[in-house]
Design a protein around this ligand. Structure first.
Ligand code: CTP
Length: 404
C-alpha cells in the first residue's frame, strides 16, 4: 500500500526513539522508501546503525557528511518527501519548529518541507501540559501539521500521565490512512471558489469583505492532495498555492467570478463555492477618484448574479454542488433555505457568533447540512482540518447517493 511513498522521519532526543526502528521496519515492509534524520541528542537513545540498516539509507545528522564528503541538502530532502514525520518530538524541538529556530538539520528540513507533516510529541506529563508546549502544539497545528497526540500511560520518569509518544503501530496506521485517503478523489475535477470579490467604486475604492480565502484554499489543497484536479477561482487574497494539481484563475469582481465559473462548470464534477461573493455592485463606478464634499453621498448599487443559484439551476446529473452560508441569525434555518433555493447537495454553515469561526481566522467551526437530511457539527479547528471534514462529507454523499 505504501509502495513508492517517500517518508522522511526526524528523530529527536526522547526515550521513545527506541521504538522508531519498529515503525521503520513496518513502513519499509509495505514498500515505503524511508530516510532518517536525527538531532544530535537523539543518538543517545537509538543507534544510527540500527536505523540505517532498517531504512536501507544513511542516517543524516548534519548538512555535511565528513565521512563521505557529501552535502546533505535539507531542501532536497524537503522536496523528496511525500510525508515528513517527527517522532518522538521533544518539547525543545516543538518549540524550535513552532518558532522557526533552524539550528539543526531536523528543524531546517522541517522548514523546507513541501509535503504534509506529522508530529508525534513525547515528553513528561508536566512538560506536555505546560502552556508553552500546548501553545507550540497549537501553533504547529495551525500551520496545518498533523499532530499525533501524546497518549496517557506510564512515562520514563516513573510518573503516569499524558506524554507517551503514540505507539508505533498507531503511527503506522495514521500514515497508511493518510496515503489511502489521498487517493479517493483521483479522476475528479473540482471547481473551488475562494476569497472575496471587490466591486469598484472608483480607481482607489471598492466594496469588499473580510474573507481571507483560507477556507477555500484549504479545500483546494485537500482535494489536490487526495488526487483531485482543481480549478481554483480566487478573488483578491494574499495566499499562494503551488500544488501542481491546482490551476488558479484570479478574478476581482463578482462579474468576473461569474464568468470564470461559467467557463469551467461544464468540465466540473464537484463545485465548492467558498467565495464570499458581493451581492451588490455600484451602478456607475467612477473613472477618476471621487473628491470629498461636504454633503451626503449616495451610491446606487445593483444586485450581482447569484452565481451558485444560477449554476445550481443548471446542474447536470452527476454533478455535486457545495455551498457555504455565513449567518448571524437563525443560522440553521437560513442555511437550510439556501440548500434548497440554490439546488445544493451540501451546505457548509459558519456562524459568525462562534468566536474563532468565519472570516479572517485560521480556525473555523462548521455545521454541514446535506440534501439527504444528514447534519454534522464539527469542533473549532484549523481550517485545513475543517477542509478534510468537508471533503469527507462530499465523499460520503457520493457513496450514499451514488451521485458519480
Ligand atoms: N453566492 C454566490 N453568488 C452571490 C452570493 C453568494 O454564488 N452573488 C454563494 C456563496 O459563494 C455561498 C452561497 O452563495 O456559497 C451563500 O452565500 P451567502 O453570502 O451566505 O448568502 P447569499 O445568497 O448572498 O444570501 P444573504 O447574503 O442574504 O445571506
Amino acid at each position: 500500500m505504501l509502495k513508492g511513498k517517500h517518508i522522511v522521519i526526524g528523530i529527536t532526543g526522547g526515550i521513545a526513539a527506541y521504538k522508531i526502528p519498529y515503525l521503520i521496519r513496518a513502513l519499509v515492509r509495505e514498500g515505503a522508501q524511508v530516510r532518517v534524520m536525527m538531532t544530535p541528542s537523539a543518538r543517545d537513545f537509538v543507534t544510527p546503525l540500527t536505523l540505517a540498516t532498517l531504512s536501507r539509507n544513511d542516517v543524516i545528522f548534519h548538512p555535511f557528511n565528513p565521512d563521505t564528503g557529501t552535502w546533505n541538502s535539507h531542501v532536497e530532502l524537503g522536496r523528496w518527501a511525500d510525508l515528513m514525520l517527527f517522532a518522538p518530538t521533544t518539547a525543545n524541538t516543538l518549540a524550535k519548529m513552532a518558532n522557526g529556530i533552524a539550528d539543526n538539520f531536523v528543524v531546517t528540513s522541517y522548514l523546507s518541507a513541501k509535503c504534509p507533516v506529522m508530529i508525534a510529541p513525547s515528553m513528561d506529563l508536566d512538560m506536555y501540559q505546560h502552556p508553552t508546549t500546548q501553545k507550540n502544539i497549537e501553533v504547529l497545528r495551525g500551520f496545518g501539521n498533523i499532530i499525533l497526540e501524546a497518549q496517557v500511560g506510564e512515562l520514563a520518569s516513573g510518573l503516569s500521565g499524558k506524554g507517551r509518544m503514540e505507539e508505533p503501530e498507531n503511527i503506522f496506521q495514521a500514515i497508511s490512512n493518510f496515503f489511502f485517503q489521498q487517493q479517493d478523489l483521483t479522476g475528479k475535477k473540482v471547481l473551488v471558489t475562494a476569497g472575496p470579490t471587490y466591486e469598484k467604486i472608483d480607481p482607489v475604492r471598492f466594496i469588499g469583505n473580510h474573507s481571507s480565502g483560507l477556507m477555500g484554499y484549504s479545500i483546494a489543497e485537500e482535494v489536490a492532495e487526495r488526487g483531485g484536479e482543481v480549478i481554483l477561482i480566487s478573488g483578491p487574497v494574499i495566499l499562494h498555492t503551488d500544488h501542481p494539481a491546482i490551476r488558479r484563475i484570479d478574478v476581482t469582481t463578482a462579474a468576473e467570478m461569474h464568468q470564470a465559473c461559467l467557463d469551467h462548470i461544464g468540465e466540473t464534477d464537484i463545485l465548492v463555492m467558498a467565495a464570499a461573493v458581493a451581492d451588490y455592485t455600484p451602478d456607475h463606478p467612477a473613472s477618476s477618484k471621487l473628491k470629498k464634499k461636504q454633503e451626503k453621498m449616495t451610491l446606487t448599487l445593483s444586485p450581482t448574479h447569484d452565481i451558485l443559484k444560477e449554476l445550481g439551476m443548471n446542474k447536470k446529473t452527476g454533478q455535486l454542488f457545495v455551498g457555504f452560508a455565513l449567518e448571524t441569525d437563525d443560522v440553521l434555518m437560513n442555511a437550510e433555505k439556501k440548500l434548497q433555493n440554490k439546488f445544493l447537495d451540501l451546505i457548509v454553515v459558519n456562524s459568525l457568533n462562534v468566536p474563532g469561526a468565519g472570516f479572517g481566522t485560521p480556525t473555523n467551526q462548521v455545521t454541514i447540512l446535506s440534501s439527504s437530511g444528514r447534519t454534522v457539527t464539527g469542533e473549532l479547528k484549523p481550517k485545513r482540518e475543517v477542509a478534510t471534514d468537508i471533503v469527507n462529507e462530499i465523499l460520503l454523499f457520493f457513496n450514499t447517493t451514488q451521485t458519480l
